[in-house]
Ligand binder design. Sequence first.
Ligand SMILES: Nc1nc2c(ncn2[C@@H]2O[C@H](COP(=O)(O)OP(=O)(O)OP(=O)(O)O)[C@@H](O)[C@H]2O)c(=O)[nH]1
Ligand SMILES: [Mg+2]
Length: 324
Amino acid sequence: MTKTNLITGFLGSGKTTTIRHLLANKPQHERWAVLVNEFGEIGIDGALLADSGAVLKEIPGGCMCCVNGLPMQVGLNMLLQQAKPNRLLIEPTGLGHPKQILALLTQETYAGWIDLQATVCLLDARQLSQSRYQQNENFRDQLAAADIIIANKMDTWQPQDTQALEEWQAQYGDQRPVYRIEQGRMDIALLEQPRINHAVLPDAQHHHPHAQTQGLAALRLPENARWRRALNHGQGYTSCGWIFDGETRFDTVGMMEWIRLAPVERAKAVVRIPEGRLLINRQGQDLSIETQAIAPLDSRIELIHHGEADWNALQSSLLNIRLS
Ligand SMILES: Nc1nc2c(ncn2[C@@H]2O[C@H](COP(=O)(O)OP(=O)(O)OP(=O)(O)O)[C@@H](O)[C@H]2O)c(=O)[nH]1
Ligand SMILES: [Mg+2]
């Protein structure tokens, strides 16, 4: 049986950062796998987790109603049967609703395969006092479905955020533990906690058409194409992602500035630069940048915003920071 944890949390709360931390601290003799589903069509979290020593399966372009279908099950079955991992960590999209995925994991089919342990929900306490998050059904349901709450990004909180967290815990905590951490550094032993919370969640709203979803096809470039873009929308959010061929290189400083200044809520990129690879991850003002000497096979960029953004204008400036 594969011990399995769902790692939930709203967009940019620190799920991938936490999974990277957990993988870096896993028992050496154990094989771990990660199943990651992103809202954006161009998968980037996979690249962020690539060197972490885990067996990785990415399912891009979705929200729960879609991933609960075939791609999710195929990905899950492949991981369980081929990799036979000791532990599986599942990162659903930050805009996902946990009900469907918990229903899938507790299906009879998986009874002999999956030992479902604690569901861990990442929370950025700053979001508790913003009505846009408070009123978001996914944000609330992710917290309601959790066994363990990990309040991340402590370094960024003001006294009113700590107070909002304490108030939230008193009102909705339901005796569940809330741990305060930074940079996803949660105690790995918490994963062993049992799943005890069987909160009855409402069904997710299913009215979010995927007009331009390209699914797995977005991961590949058509023959002879230098780049393509893919859009997704749902739950009041839109995403625009670009994938560029392995020959395309970007100006390093230009790319960092483009990501920093893009007028969107969430931005991620793994791109080829003259020095090798540039990884940029931005949620609001939280920004992390890494460079690595090994060049990536292609370049991927993903932006996510609540409501519409001027993707064409962003695309024009992006195309201008390519090096010839
Ligand atoms: N200041 C600060 N930034 C953090 C912390 N933890 C994560 N971040 C940053 O927050 C951003 C989002 O982190 P991710 O781990 O990618 O978040 P995620 O929940 O996986 O995001 P999605 O998969 O897009 O929903 C990144 O820029 C991280 O570097 C923290 O403790 N403090
Ligand atoms: Mg992530």
